[in-house]
Design a protein around this ligand. Structure first.
Ligand SMILES: Nc1ncnc2c1ncn2[C@@H]1O[C@H](COP(=O)(O)OP(=O)(O)OP(=O)(O)O)[C@@H](O)[C@H]1O
Ligand SMILES: [Mg+2]
Length: 344
């Protein structure tokens, strides 16, 4: 039984004119304890609505959401309140109280739960250490950088020791370096506390850096889901490939026109996984079919610590030999895309 199981969840909103729009059109997801589960999709796909259904801030119209055996769609308000203690949440714009300093922001949920002053003090200091902000405890949000504000928000979200952390675009307002440091912190918390993390984003590099699983959501539906490495190396879905283009950057179409061989050769984008991420396969195929394979652009990306190689090549020669070479590449479990179109 999965830790969090979402089954056929639907949600519509009424607009002012009284007509309804279905925002979630039957979502199925299974999340295991300890997962860092990424959900990626374009703006308006329904990501925030889904995450709000998971913590009960929105009520699903139908379907079920089971967290640790209890179906939250059937809970009353009081039961929901106690379930929410298991779920922390952080946001893109941090949502800190401006009039309170770091210490008091973090103490807020503890006060709300009526912890004693001693326990609050002990826990807040512990949390400050965890997120690396001990020296900022008397600072106000306006005196902090974006990354520091998000650290305060993380500490506050973890104050009452939830087992699940929901992150809604938590790094979208941060620069790349700060994003990395926040993602590293989330990864550390996941390992040290066995914290289950659901992370919503529209950035594939966020998924690449810390998620072990990923689901792609489009227009209220999950288009595909699986292990991050499998999705990165094997996905055939157009929307997923579009997100992956930000990772496997290649030459632009205009750039490609400047390569001398482009006119004569067939352009291929090869994606290699694991052991095969090297050039020797290319050399041996070119040799055995007497084709001319020219590497235009190559890179290697690491996903879950495993390499995925990306090569843009042109291939020239007798048309039959070209076909045979492509067939051989496919047999060697190389994914092939045709950036210039299939009849390039
Ligand atoms: N409370 C609401 N009332 C009416 N419509 C809503 C409500 N909340 C969300 N929507 C609509 O539902 C759709 C999905 O919104 P949602 O916020 O879930 O998207 P998202 O994937 O999080 O987008 P973004 O990446 O921009 O945050 C949008 O068209 C939005 O206008
Ligand atoms: Mg959103």
């Amino acid at each position: 039984m999965s830790y969090i199981r979402i089954k056929d969840v639907k949600k519509s909103f009424k607009n002012k004119k009284g007509s309804t729009t279905e925002v979630l059109k039957g979502i199925d997801l299974e999340i295991e304890q300890g997962d860092i589960y990424g959900i990626i999709g374009y703006s308006g796909a329904g990501k925030s609505t889904l995450i709000r259904c998971i913590n009960g801030l929105e009520k699903a119209d139908s379907g079920s959401i089971t967290i640790e055996e209890s179906d939250i769609t059937t809970l009353n308000e009081k039961q929901l309140m106690s379930l929410r203690l298991k779920i922390g949440m952080i946001f893109q714009h941090f949502n800190l109280l401006r009039s309170k300093n770091v210490y008091d922001n973090i103490a807020l949920p503890l006060k709300y739960q009526k912890y004693s002053a001693d326990r609050i003090d002990k826990r807040v200091n512990e949390l400050l250490e965890t997120v690396g902000l001990t020296d900022k405890k008397r600072s106000y949000p306006s005196q902090l950088s974006g990354g520091q504000k998000q650290r305060v928000a993380i500490a506050r979200a973890l104050a009452v020791k939830p087992s699940i952390l929901l992150c809604d675009e938590a790094t979208s307002a941060l620069d790349p370096q700060t994003t990395e440091s926040i993602l590293d912190l989330l990864s550390k918390l996941n390992k040290e506390l066995n914290l289950t993390i659901i992370l919503i984003t529209h950035q594939m590099n966020v998924i690449q850096r810390i998620c072990n699983k990923v689901a792609v959501i489009d227009d209220g539906r999950i288009v595909e889901q699986g292990n991050t490495f499998d999705i990165f190396s094997k996905s055939e879905k157009e929307i997923t490939r579009a997100f992956l283009n930000s990772i496997f950057k290649g030459p632009s179409r205009d750039d490609l026109k400047n390569y001398p061989d482009h006119e004569n050769g067939r352009l291929l984008h090869l994606i290699f996984t694991g052991e095969k991420a090297n050039d020797s396969l290319i050399t041996s195929i070119a040799k055995s079919f007497d084709t001319d394979i020219n590497i235009l652009f190559g890179s290697i990306e690491y996903v879950e610590n495993k390499p995925i190689g990306s090569l843009y090549v042109t291939i020239k020669g007798d048309p039959k030999a070209v076909e045979e070479s492509i067939k051989k590449l496919k047999e060697q479990s190389v994914r092939i895309e045709y950036p210039g179109g299939d009849t390039n």
